[in-house]
Design a protein around this ligand. Structure first.
Ligand code: FAD
Length: 459
């Protein structure tokens, strides 16, 4: 039996960068993934497929509104199968890239379900023929990610009651869709189907959509999404869900409504399949694998990163965990800090935020000043037909950025200015001296900072 320096369970955005980085440092590394394809949730059932569908939805919207740009288009149409095919092509291309990268770095790949056993032994059941092999490791990293949580109160028939996995691979666009949960996944997928003609109703039991987003922005976005064709009910509960004559019947706030399909988007849970029939006990904490500040689990030399451990369930957080772990294994005294993990929603309009929200600043009684800028005053946004939206920045009295929230064009890219400013402690005056090209959307971010300090030309 071969002994590896490191065996990683899971080839998602946590696992595969860790494998590549450590192999490049000369470690003997093996990676095991239970799915037939590498790339994890992010590439196969998450970030990339949703963004591919959202891109088709956005372009379809543009086509329908071509006249806004002085263009004519006799009939805007779509072919759902081709949209799905495009999505698949993109994921295949990216998957092939990951496999090449792993191979080039000398990482040994195992396709199969890994089971964690005592004394850093991994038992792999091959996807291909079900045969079982054993791998010994000096260190193990569990980058096993998460799967959709579908609590027992919901029906299990996945024909009608979808999780995000079924929604992403839908054969056609349902006439009506109920989305249970107004988080990122529910809102993004809701917008995809609404754009292609579904009557979409999103029900969120909390008082606002998108938990973590500041309350004022979440409220401000409700009419924006309504205009985009989404019916959103906040502070309402789906009390029951049953199948009747091939349709879903939902009781919402005491009233019955019928839908063709339901997307259950109420969260995700750690994929604990590596513990199935294991001779080992691993401690968990609130459903996540418990780790210390060095990512070590309750089992010596067994580590865990990404969705499987505490912190935001995001692809870039999983990759960040991997990076910190590499630094720690090289003897550097660093610890993970999730205070500046940006959150992004890739709807139209996009939404992004980082750092502390206005609600949190008030709650913690931290002094701050607010800066705002509107995309309706930004040349680049107007030329692109994207004048809706705004940027809010929150600065300390000495000009350090405490938090930012953006809704509008390219919010997910512009937010990097905020993260950088906060992470490197750049104050508002120094930031104002940085030359932003004109015309760009990022100028709106600079305007917002200058608005907070009163140094802005445009107010
Ligand atoms: C619909 C949707 C959209 C999303 N959009 C975004 C987005 O836009 N941006 C963003 O940052 N995040 C997004 N996410 C979240 C993101 O996908 C996850 O946070 C990220 O993939 C977590 O990475 P990971 O490496 O921890 O785990 P995963 O990506 O889940 O990878 C874990 C891998 O481990 C494998 N595995 C599990 N158990 C075993 C076992 N026993 N043996 C072998 N292999 C095993 C799995 O097959 C899987 O391939 C989205 C998620 C969903 C569902």
């Amino acid at each position: 039996m071969q002994t590896y320096d490191l065996v990683i369970l899971g080839g998602g955005p946590g696992g595969y960068p860790l494998a590549v980085r450590m192999a490049r440092k000369g470690w003997q590394v093996a990676i095991v993934d239970a799915a037939d394809e590498f790339g994890g949730t992010c590439l196969n059932w998450g970030c990339i497929p949703t963004k591919a569908l959202l891109a088709s939805a956005r372009n379809y919207h543009q086509l329908k509104n071509a006249a806004d740009f002085g263009l004519s288009c006799s009939e805007a149409g779509f072919d759902w199968q081709k949209i799905q095919e495009r999505k698949r092509r993109i994921t295949v291309q990216l998957r092939q890239g990951i496999i090449k990268l792993l191979e080039k770095s000398g990482v040994k790949i195992f396709n199969g379900r890994g089971q964690l056993c005592k004394n850093r032994l991994i038992r792999v059941t091959s996807n291909e023929d079900g045969s079982v092999s054993e791998i010994q490791a000096k260190k193990i990293c569990l980058a096993v990610g998460s799967v959709p949580a579908a609590p027992g109160v919901f029906p299990t028939d996945r024909e009608i009651f979808w999780t995000s996995n079924e929604a992403l691979n839908a054969d056609n666009v349902p006439e009506s869709l109920l989305v249970v949960g107004g988080g990122v996944i529910g809102i993004e997928l809701g917008q995809v189907f609404a754009e292609f003609g579904s009557k979409v109703c999103i029900v969120e039991m909390m008082p606002q959509i998108l938990p973590g987003l500041d309350n004022a922005t979440a409220k401000r976005l409700l009419p924006v999404f309504k205009k985009a064709g989404l019916e959103i009910l906040v502070g309402k509960r789906v009390e029951s869900l049953v199948e009747k004559n091939g349709k879903a019947v939902a009781t919402i706030d005491g009233g019955e409504r019928e839908f063709d399909k339901v997307l259950i988007a109420v969260g995700r849970r750690v994929n604990m399949s590596f513990m199935q029939d294991s001779d080992l006990q691993l401690e968990t904490e609130k459903g996540f694998i418990r780790i210390d500040e060095n990512f070590m689990t309750s089992e010596p030399d067994v580590y865990a990163i990404g969705d499987a451990v505490k912190g935001p369930m995001l692809a870039h957080k999983a990759s960040y965990d991997a990076m910190i772990l590499v630094e720690q294994w090289q003897g550097k005294k660093v610890a993970a800090d999730y205070s500046l993990v940006p959150s992004c929603v890739y709807t139209h309009p996009e939404i992004a935020w980082v750092g502390l929200s206005e609600d949190q600043l008030k709650e913690r009684q931290i002094e701050y000043k607010t800066g705002r800028s509107m995309f309706s005053a930004n040349g680049k946004a107007l030329t692109a037909g994207e004048g809706d939206g705004q940027i809010k920045t929150l600065l300390s009295p000495d000009g350090k950025l405490l938090g930012a929230v953006i809704w509008g064009p390219e919010a997910s890219n512009i937010i990097n200015e905020a993260t950088m400013m906060s992470q490197f402690g750049i104050d508002s005056h120094a930031f104002g001296m940085m030359i932003h090209p004109h015309p760009t959307l990022s100028e709106a971010f600079m305007e917002s900072i200058e608005n907070a300090t009163g140094e802005g030309v445009h107010g």
